[in-house]
Design a protein around this ligand. Sequence first.
Ligand code: HEC
Ligand code: HEC
Length: 458
Amino acid sequence: MSPIKPIQLFATASLCVGFFTTNHAYGDASYADPLPGISAEQKLDFYLGEAIFQKFWIPAPSSTTASDGLGPIFNARSCNNCHINNGRGHAPEDGIAGGQIPSFLVRLGPKLTTQFADTDIYQHTGDPVYGQQFQIAHTAGVLSEGDYHLDYQYKTEVLADGTKVTLRKPILTWDTLHYGPMNSNTGLSMRVSPPLVGMGLLDNIPQQNILSKADPNDIDRDGISGKASWVKYKGQTQLGRFGFKASMPSVSAQNQNAFNTDLGLSTPDFPAAFGDCTEAQSNCRNAPNGNSPHLENLEVDSSQIHLVNSFVALSAPPAMRNLKQPWFLDGKAIFDDLNCGACHTPKMVTDDSSEFSVLHNRTFFPFTDMLLHDMGDELASEFPEASAEPREWRTAPLWGLGLSEKISGRIGFLHDGRAQSLEEAILWHGGEALPSKEKYTQLNAQQRLLLQRFLESL
Ligand code: HEC
Ligand code: HEC
């Protein structure tokens, strides 16, 4: 370890982050406060959007046409079921079968494929029978896709000072597959629901700022490449920003895709009322739907999407904490020494293109470069997605980490929720992040604690 060197970055940070974030008393609603400074009308939209985010959808037909159309197969009845209080979900416990609606899902896709990088999202196929996602719940008259359970494989990592850390990795077993065996070329990727912090800000980072950090062929030879995620959406190639593999280009696209695949609801961009049912699931395709003439012949019309987008985009990130504590800069110095910031870029800005003027020209601290990085075999998915290879993931933002448990009750970091502590999350870093991880294992207990407290303050 080189000597700890204080850095200047945060000298003005308390000013930058203070006025624009929420200083809520950090209860379980901390991620769901509106950004200060939005108009009265936007505030109304925000709370109406929150109500849609939290409401339980019901199957069609029903007398309340504004809330029906769920399924026929689905993963949950509400957005909030997974993004608990806008926070992260958790992976199922060891050995417990699915079926009880976890805040977690399983994506499916072809292991060997040439289709993805240039193929429109609408043409992504997933499994020929089970589609892009495994749905564990169903409406009357239709079968769910089945059930699974997770077991954890445990291993011990010994740090340089002899400290032992237990790491766990989920292994999925199908208990029931209601539509027959899966295609042998189908791979899976488990995903826990991520926290929805500062989505509107991430949506409005100028594209060239993200691209300027990309170095796909590692020309600067620092061992960190960073690749932009290009996705084809509605016929146009765009920069992907959302999802663990940055496969969705905007908050609106991501939200609409969630309505369609997670809840089985039709939206302007994803108009199939049957959601993720494939042609092979004819019962499911022909089940009643909730498309209504007064909702643009959809289940969720454009005005409801606008409200949910307002809620998701205008939720304020929590303010950074402990900036004035003497140890804060020591923790930051360790973060720098370990080169964590090579991917977890502290500072970003927005431009002035958002429909929400409150998001214009903001400086904020998400700790992500929004690029894809090779994270090694241990974290790899079994299939590629849009531009992302199996080993590649978008750098996870680190803001709000320390509030995770307060907000959604239980913690579980990384894309599948496997890591039960920040330390475990760091120790799973491989690929381009392996040197950082190796340096971490050399820290002494005091340095590890400083880093942890710094991370928990973001
Ligand atoms: C079954 C659980 C589940 C439900 C229900 C769900 N989500 Fe998600 N959500 C996820 C997962 C898992 C991801 C990560 C997806 C990926 O990696 O592509 C995600 C990602 C997101 C993201 C992007 C976050 C980021 O950091 O990139 C947004 C925004 C989002 N969901 C909004 C919604 C909205 C709005 C709804 C309701 C219409 C919803 N979600 C319903 C599980 C869920
Ligand atoms: C090469 C790029 C890279 C470097 C270097 C890197 N990370 Fe990460 N980090 C990532 C990516 C990508 C993910 C998401 C991986 C996943 O979900 O499987 C991640 C995830 C995390 C998470 C989990 C966040 C969450 O919400 O689940 C933490 C904590 C974290 N990193 C901390 C660190 C620290 C501390 C360092 C330095 C020791 C570091 N990272 C170095 C790319 C990097």
